[in-house]
Design a protein around this ligand. Structure first.
Ligand SMILES: [Zn+2]
Length: 456
């Protein structure tokens, strides 16, 4: 945003009707701007174009204690001051914000790569008044002591015969006005004052859906199913959460073999858009240990690092055959730091990070299969894999366990760690070495992937 700020000069624009010719302009004193009597300092001097006084908005908005954001994609400026937000789009006479909607007589203009906003509308909505002193050619902006509320006795600026609507208490909340499909795979939410809305998006499985929770927003749209579908979206639902926020749920088409509906979400000045696309699943397989780190060693000499590498290579082949993008943390007997494994997981942002290990205990009696997770949101993921793996291997289901395992650290990545069986148990050590058992492990994990991602 800083670069944009440098490259674009914002300016207030007000109409004056007292000047008609350049000669007259030259004969008069220089234009100046004062806020509460204090002159505004700016690199850009006020200028006159088409009988209008143009004032740099950055200096003025800073003097008013507000901030300006510019969204070049939509050519929209959002001015925020306290709890009041107004949003103006270049060449649009409609101004929207926390106050609602309003028609303005002078739209925002883009001239010579500079954006000019009408000062009267902006200042009034922030409770200021604007006056043009003809004699001194001074733009006088008066800001009330209590920002955000209208001045008690406003003086109409010269371009306004009457005062417009000002902010009202019920107008302070951004409003969701429209939920619709705006393009191929693109689903949009039009929100007045969207800059003040925060959202949280997350996916749920069985069935696959995307949830977008909006905070600090109201709507007149009735809750329930909305008549919006298309492409990968089977349906859209709107709900009101207990905390008053709005929940939008996108019901997504089931995944094809090796693919999954993925999404990119973006927030602009005018709303929030979700771009859905069918993409290959990306799975990171993390064979535990390696190199100097042997992992657990059984009485018969079976080493954990060898078993998990063998299973991981078989699994990678199976997943690639399914069209899944597969990344192996190691594909040979190499030592890899735990931090580097977690970092790769974070960087690659896979749909699943799967760490494969073999268990060990002091007691030779201990046996069976375990699945570990780190964050509560992945407990269900762990349950799916634990069940499929224990059944596939035909071993005791020891259940899911929660722990602060380093490789599962990136919270945004669905991550689990499976302990296939106990190398410290004589029977299971022999099984772990066998190709048949390793193939069963691969089948169990593949079933977990199919079940979790709802692959056909
Ligand atoms: Zn291990």
């Amino acid at each position: 945003m800083n670069a944009l700020f440098r490259s674009i000069v914002f300016a207030f624009m007000i109409s004056i009707f007292t000047l008609s010719t350049p000669m007259l302009v030259a004969a008069q004193p220089n234009l100046s701007v004062v806020v509460n009597g204090n002159p505004i300092n700016s690199d850009v001097q006020p200028v006159i174009r088409n009988d209008r006084v143009l004032v740099p908005i950055r200096a003025v908005s800073e003097s008013l204690g507000g901030t300006v954001n510019w969204y070049s994609e939509t050519k929209t400026a959002v001015v925020t001051k306290g709890s009041t937000v107004i949003q103006m789009t270049v060449d649009s006479k409609e101004i929207v914000g926390t106050f609602g909607r309003k028609e303005i007589d002078v739209p925002a203009k883009l001239m010579n790569d500079r954006v000019f906003l009408p000062v009267r509308a902006v200042a009034e909505l922030f409770g200021c008044t604007v006056n043009f002193d003809d004699a001194t050619r001074q733009v006088q902006i008066s800001m009330p002591d209590n920002p955000g509320t209208p001045a008690p006795s406003p003086v109409n600026p010269p371009d306004s015969p009457s005062r417009g609507t000002t902010s009202s208490p019920e107008g302070l909340t951004p409003r969701l006005s429209r939920v619709y499909k705006s393009g191929a795979g693109i689903f949009s939410l039009d929100i007045t004052g969207a800059a003040n809305v925060t959202y949280k998006a997350f996916e749920l499985s069985n069935p696959h859906r995307l949830v977008v929770d909006l905070s600090n927003v109201a709507t007149d749209i009735s809750k329930g199913n909305l008549p919006v579908t298309g492409g990968p979206v089977n349906g859209v639902r709107l709900g009101i959460r207990d905390d008053g926020g709005i929940r939008i749920v996108y019901d997504l088409a089931e995944s094809d073999t090796g693919t999954r509906i993925k999404y990119t979400i973006s927030q602009t000045a005018t709303g929030i858009s979700v771009d859905f696309d069918r993409k290959a699943l990306r799975i990171i397989i993390d064979p535990g240990h390696g190199g100097k780190d042997t992992g657990a060693i059984g009485n018969a000499g079976v080493q954990e690092k060898d078993v998990v590498l063998s299973v991981s290579l078989k699994l990678a082949s199976a997943l690639k055959a399914m069209g899944i993008e597969t990344i192996l943390i190691r594909s040979d007997d190499t030592f890899v730091e735990l931090e580097d494994r977690a970092e790769l997981s974070h960087d690659k942002a896979p749909d699943l990070f799967l760490s494969i290990h073999v268990n060990s205990a002091d007691s030779p009696e201990a046996h069976g299969t375990e699945t570990w997770y780190r964050y509560d949101e992945y407990a269900d993921l762990a349950s799916v894999f634990e069940k499929d793996l224990a059944v596939g291997l035909g071993r005791t289901d020891r259940g899911i366990k929660k722990g602060n395992l380093w490789v599962l650290k990136p919270e945004e990545v669905p991550s689990i760690l499976v302990e296939l069986a106990f190398v410290s148990n004589g029977e299971e050590e022999a099984l772990l070495k066998s190709q048949d058992f390793q193939n069963k492990a691969v089948s169990g994990i593949v079933k977990g992937i199919r079940d979790y991602f709802k692959l056909r």
